[in-house]
Design a protein around this ligand. Structure first.
Ligand SMILES: C[S@@+](CC[C@H](N)C(=O)[O-])C[C@H]1O[C@@H](n2cnc3c(N)ncnc32)[C@H](O)[C@@H]1O
Length: 148
């Protein structure tokens, strides 16, 4: 996988991107919060991770500019959006881009279910519930979707 590139959309402080960088050749994270992007860059520097880049901006509008920066089609796309989910536009963009895998980490099963039904050409291979918000009705669900 060292030749492959990956994307972490809604990357926050870069948790997924920084981990993906150990298995992929190049990783790119996009996040709307500038302070979060600064923290992600500091974490990469601190950890000596060189094959990851981060940019502050809206994931939906930055998509078209991401692939030219990577120089290749991402093989893996990770999304960890807020409760509203990623919505139709990003789902359609991912389907067109056609990465081998989509990893969707969600804190809202309703938007997750809607987005998965919009991800054309993919099927859910594995799903795992994480009880990350104990003593509440909330939970995180991580889904691995692969091309049909
Ligand atoms: C569930 S958190 C992701 C946390 C991240 N995985 C981490 O390791 O820090 C969702 C993130 O989406 C970001 N976000 C919200 N709207 C966005 C948008 N339109 N474009 C990019 N990022 C956005 C929020 O600022 C927040 O950091």
């Amino acid at each position: 996988m060292k030749n492959a590139a990956g994307l972490d959309l809604f990357c926050g402080v870069g948790g997924f991107a920084l981990n993906l960088a150990s298995i992929l050749g190049q990783v790119y994270g996009v996040e709307v919060s500038k302070p979060a992007i600064s923290a992600a860059k500091r974490a990469a520097n601190y950890s000596g991770i060189k094959n990851v880049s981060f940019a502050a901006g809206d994931a939906g509008t930055m998509l078209e500019s991401v692939c030219p920066v990577l120089g290749k089609k991402p093989e893996a796309v990770v999304v960890n959006p807020p409760r509203r989910g990623i919505g139709t536009g990003i789902c359609e963009w991912i389907s067109r881009l056609s990465p081998s895998v989509v990893v969707y980490s969600s804190c809202n099963p309703l938007s997750l279910q809607k987005d998965l039904s919009r991800l054309e050409g993919y099927r859910v291979k594995q799903a795992q519930l994480f009880d990350m918000f104990p003593h509440t009705s909330h939970a995180e669900v991580m889904v691995l979707a692969v091309k049909k």
